[in-house]
Design a protein around this ligand. Structure first.
Ligand SMILES: Cc1ncc(COP(=O)(O)O)c(C=O)c1O
Length: 476
């Protein structure tokens, strides 16, 4: 979501590609003006945790693409599975009960890995469509059990659930709403859990007290909306794009009590956290969350092909199964639901994660990873907070470490640090609407590469701190 760089300009790399890109390619989450001025990066190839651009420059990919290339780049096992499946049966639909073996095997595998209350798997192609499908599943479930008015879905400020109309409504990031007239009316937002910024403001001095405060806020919202109108609560177990925010201790326990009291279903959006990113197969297992739906995408195929999977829990499935006795059709699904080639890619990806013990590796690397980043950047005046779970880490920048005063928005500090890091050979992500850099490298990143990443980040922070001082945005 960063605006693109003029410093590492595409025009310097391959001029004709720069012109062709500018004149033809409409980029997502990109400032059109910046692209017109010739910035950008054209990536050409990748291996392991390293990306090479068209001019031959190498970068450590500190973000695994967009939190997704978990097994790293260049895995021939996945490419071969894709080739073999596309020669055998590249595509067929799964409507009207038609199935295919990779889709069946993948469904079995996912139910095997997931919490035991999950009963069935529904497929799409993206995290956004998984969220849209989840909304429709909740609406369908409540209609089937005779509660058609129970439709509102509560999400959280700064949450990211995608950009399609329903998912974009659940997202709580202002820039995703403001130019589109979103959110739609079914969506509500309670506060994000932000231990660094919000807990002190709420006078919550322990994590448990903060969790209780957040649960009370949710309780009040459901009560004031009317529990007969609220269908679901959706949450990323560790909030990603909203700032890399781990839940405070006791959060999901407290929230779940409120949801149970009001007969509201819990949706865990594990699009980032699923398949090992937090050092467990699912964050729902790590935090002992008992969701009714688990949404996955990204790490399901490590981004080699697009695929999303919704794990449907017992309580929702049993209502749908009962209602189906009269021959009712679940009138929802996509051309690419259960795509056999994507399923083959997912199976190969999961086989790598299992065989190489990558979930355990993430758990083992979590501390050393955090410590390496902390050791390099933790003492810098601009760094207010470093938080992490598994291989998901956020660095928040501030004007004053003592008071936690934010930097001026106009300084665009995190965005500039991401660009400076690129000059120093590392790709990191500046998150929208907060001064946070997110790191989420591939699970196979080596210790040496972590040091390179940390040192590039340090240099980038130093560069931007000097620039901000020169511009009078920070005291000299
Ligand atoms: C938690 C979460 N949910 C949903 C999405 C949307 O996924 P997609 O971009 O594949 O639609 C994302 C994307 O970053 C995400 O982080």
């Amino acid at each position: 979501m960063n605006t693109i760089a003029s410093q590492t300009g595409l025009s310097e790399q391959v001029p004709e590609l720069a012109v062709a890109d500018r004149n033809s390619f409409f980029h997502p989450f990109t400032a059109i003006r910046d692209q017109e001025q010739g910035g950008g990066l054209v990536v050409a190839r990748a291996r392991g945790s390293r990306i090479t651009d068209v001019s031959g420059r190498e970068y450590i990919d500190g973000a695994a693409g967009l939190w997704c290339v978990n097994v790293g780049y260049g895995r021939s096992e996945i490419s071969k599975a894709i080739e073999a499946q596309s020669l055998e049966l590249p595509y067929f639909h799964t409507f009207n009960g038609v199935s295919n073996e990779p889709g069946i095997r993948l469904s079995e595998k996912l139910l095997d890995l997931a919490p035991s209350s999950m009963r069935r798997v529904f497929y799409g192609s993206s995290g956004s469509d998984a969220n849209d499908s989840a909304v429709k599943l909740l609406w369908n479930y409540n209609i089937l059990r005779g509660k058609p008015e129970k439709r509102k879905i509560i999400s959280r400020t700064y949450a990211y659930h995608g950009v399609s109309i329903a998912a974009g409504s659940l997202t709580g990031i202002p820039v995703v709403h403001q130019d589109f007239g979103l959110p739609l009316d079914f969506a509500r937002h309670v506060s994000r859990p932000d231990l660094y910024r919000d807990a002190p403001e709420r006078q919550c001095h322990t994590e448990e007290a903060y969790s209780a405060w957040l649960a009370e806020e949710l309780d009040q919202m459901i009560t004031s909306e009317g529990e007969d109108t609220v269908a679901g609560f959706v949450a990323e177990p560790v909030m990603g794009t909203g700032g890399v925010l781990p839940p405070p201790r006791g959060y999901f326990e407290a929230i779940s009590r409120v949801l149970e009291k009001h007969d509201v279903r819990l949706v865990a959006d594990e699009v980032i956290t699923g398949f090992g990113r937090v050092g467990a197969w699912f964050a729902s297992q790590l935090y002992d969350i008992k969701p009714d739906l688990i949404l996955t995408a990204k790490g399901l195929t490590s981004g080699y092909l697009p695929m999303s999977a919704i794990l449907v829990g017992d309580r929702i499935w049993s209502v749908m199964e009962d209602a189906a006795r009269d021959g009712r059709v679940f009138a929802h699904g996509f051309t690419y639901s259960g795509h056999p080639t994507c399923a083959a890619a997912a199976l190969a990806n999961l086989a790598i994660i299992e065989r190489e013990g990558l979930v355990g590796r993430v758990a083992d690397m979590a501390r050393p990873f955090h410590d390496a980043i902390e050791a390099q950047v933790g003492d810098h005046d601009l760094v207010g907070d470093i938080r992490s779970v598994g291989l998901m880490l956020g660095v928040e920048f501030v004007a004053d470490r003592q008071t936690r005063e934010p930097l001026p928005t106009a300084a665009k500090t995190a965005g500039r640090i991401a660009l400076a890091a690129r000059r120093h050979g590392a790709l990191v992500r500046a998150l929208p609407n907060s001064d946070v850099i997110a790191l989420s490298p591939p699970f196979i990143i080596t210790e040496e590469e972590i040091s390179e990443l940390a040192s590039a980040l340090r240099k980038a922070i130093e560069d931007v701190a000097s620039e901000l001082k020169e511009e009078g945005m920070l005291p000299a």
